[in-house]
Design a protein around this ligand. Structure first.
Ligand code: SF4
Length: 125
């Protein structure tokens, strides 16, 4: 006979699995964020601030290298004067190291300098 209803044992088994995930998840996330911050610090980049500030894109990151990301567009002749502040993927957010920085669609969770540039630059409408 096929039983469609979950029995008591099945219910508690599922409950323990669900609550186990709920208890473990913050611990695992904390561990992941700690190791990410440590790795960023080791690379000489800015670790996420305690207040929730986002880290800057590391120019040596594989994605950054793939799109030729550079923190100062004036050092990249192929930028032709274009930079993040004039890019459609950029949104101004906060100051980093005394310079304007913002989010970029292609670097989720990271900030780029307003004066940075990459090969994915797209004119802001
Ligand atoms: S896509 Fe635009 S905002 Fe993002 S790094 Fe490249 S130029 Fe800057």
């Amino acid at each position: 006979m096929i039983e469609n209803k979950m029995n008591r044992r099945g219910f508690f088994s599922a409950f323990i699995k669900l609550t186990g995930v709920a208890v473990i998840a913050p611990t695992v996330l904390n561990s992941v964020f700690s190791s990410t911050a440590a790795a960023q610090k080791k690379r000489g980049g800015a670790a996420p601030a305690a207040g929730g500030g986002m880290p800057l894109v590391d120019p040596n990151d594989s994605v950054a290298k793939a799109v030729k990301y550079i923190e100062d567009y004036k050092k990249a002749p192929e930028a032709k004067g274009n930079h993040c502040a004039t890019c459609s993927f950029y949104a101004k957010k906060e100051a980093k190291n005394g310079k304007e920085a913002g989010t970029c669609t292609i670097f989720a969770g990271k900030l780029v300098y307003a004066d940075a540039w990459c090969a994915s630059w797209n004119k802001k409408a």
